[in-house]
Design a protein around this ligand. Structure first.
Ligand SMILES: Cc1cc2nc3c(=O)[nH]c(=O)nc-3n(C[C@H](O)[C@H](O)[C@H](O)COP(=O)(O)OP(=O)(O)OC[C@H]3O[C@@H](n4cnc5c(N)ncnc54)[C@H](O)[C@@H]3O)c2cc1C
Length: 399
């Protein structure tokens, strides 16, 4: 007789790979496996499974029950100018996490290892915290970090957890109860490509340029506050990566290589999973032109939106308000320029074409397709980055 084991997700868009099922399994019977595009999905080892169904009960994604809604919203820029430079937006994450660590707490978030595999780790000191800093536009594996976080919470340590909204929901479902010493931070999220695709893109880049990548930044502010990145090679040469000229960045930004469930993400609206939500304050020049300019906010350095969704979130921001330049705003104003506060990224059938090409022939074939299709439009980003922030602001205000 066949042993009965739970069906974890059925269709691909029923799973976000938050890892709650992996963490809760009392027999360690669940592990993440890659599909042909490199996306992670949980799989059960039937020899170990005792059919307790905890994995089904813990699934936050299939039982969404989010009641948090925005209570207060701010425009925010960290006063720590050194850390601001290396953050994607206004440096909110590092500044808040650093405040928690200084009080003997810890912070969990996504960090690359030396092979550019991305996973969630816990930082107890500033040196490790630097690894968490900066957006990585590829999926982070949560591994067994939820178990480690529960131990720390039970030891009365303050934990700041940050991640995509589905990862925050997964952690909360795994914990199964509120902890006063846990602060959750969800990112406004466009969606995630697979980490395998990102690493294959890097290998392709290394081969093309005959270099070894030492450092990768998805958002390099020396090119301005936008979606352009950079690579630093082992011999310290810097390659600027423009969103319109790099296959991986372009296909990510245009939602053509995201995980399947991201196109129907249940958290891409005002129901937020974290005590606070952070993201870019896109559209600041339209909503608050008076905040920009000489001796005011320099938008070329990056600006964040902070949304507090719980009383704990409000108290946490108020406690740390002296670390930021903070201006009151509203969810409606922030959501005007930030699509993923309103709806998930739009699905396009080109996704399947590109991902199939990748699975069959590798990233080189994807890059060739990109170059053939994009033509001279790829230089748009390069030209745009040459326009000074002041001029861009004026153009955008009248658009
Ligand atoms: C995949 C992805 C998509 C995003 N899409 C949008 C968007 O559409 N609109 C928007 O306004 N903002 C988006 N963001 C958030 C934005 O890029 C910044 O991360 C955010 O504004 C915080 O910036 P910061 O300056 O405060 O901190 P930073 O130091 O830049 O952010 C670091 C924080 O992000 C976490 N992090 C980085 N990469 C990942 C990852 N792959 N998975 C989980 N956590 C990660 C780190 O753990 C750390 O907590 C996205 C982020 C990611 C990771």
């Amino acid at each position: 007789m066949n042993k009965e084991i739970p069906v974890l997700y059925g269709k691909d868009d029923n799973c976000c790979a938050c890892g709650a099922c992996v963490n809760i399994c009392p027999k360690n019977a669940i592990s993440m496996k890659k599909d042909r595009y490199g996306f992670l999905f949980p799989a059960i080892n039937s020899d170990l499974c005792i059919n307790c169904k905890l994995c089904k009960k813990v699934c936050a994604y299939q039982n969404v029950n989010e009641t948090n809604t925005p209570l207060k919203t701010w425009v925010a820029v960290s006063k720590n100018k050194e850390k601001l430079k290396k953050s994607a937006s206004g440096g909110v994450f590092y500044t808040l996490a650093d405040a928690v660590i200084k009080e003997k707490g810890c912070a969990a978030g996504a960090a690359f290892d030396d092979k550019f595999e991305l996973s969630h780790i816990i930082a107890y000191d500033e040196k490790t915290l630097e690894k968490l800093q900066g957006s990585k536009y590829t999926q982070s594996s949560t591994g067994l970090v939820f178990r480690e976080i529960r131990k720390k919470l039970n030891d009365d340590k303050t934990v700041l957890f940050s991640g995509c909204p589905c990862q925050v929901a997964g952690l909360k479902a795994y914990l199964g109860k509120d902890y006063s010493n846990l602060i959750t931070v969800d990112l406004i999220c466009h969606g995630v490509p697979s980490n395998k695709a990102f690493r294959d893109y890097l290998k392709f880049f290394e081969k093309k340029k005959n270099i070894k990548v030492k450092k990768f930044s998805f958002r390099d502010k020396s090119i301005g506050w936008g979606k352009n990145g950079s690579i630093i090679s082992e011999d310290n040469y810097k390659f600027k990566l423009y969103e319109t000229a790099e296959s991986y960045l372009y296909y990510f930004a245009n939602s053509l290589i995201l995980r399947k469930n991201c196109y129907s993400c249940k958290y891409a609206d005002s129901h937020r999973t974290g005590d606070i939500t952070i993201g870019d304050f896109w559209g600041l020049e339209k909503e608050y032109p008076e905040l920009l300019g000489k001796n005011k906010i320099d938008e070329s350095k990056g600006v964040s939106v902070i949304i507090a969704n719980t009383d704990k979130g409000i108290d946490f921001i108020k406690k740390n308000r002296n670390l930021f330049d903070l201006y009151k705003s509203s969810f409606e104003k922030a959501a005007k320029g930030n699509t993923q506060l309103n709806r998930p990224s739009r699905y396009d059938t080109k996704r399947e074409t590109i991902l199939e090409l990748y699975a069959d022939k590798g990233w080189k074939a994807v890059d060739e397709r990109f170059n053939k299709n994009i033509g001279i439009r790829k230089y748009a980003g390069v030209l745009k980055s040459m326009i000074p922030a002041r001029v861009k602001r004026t153009i955008k205000r009248f658009k």
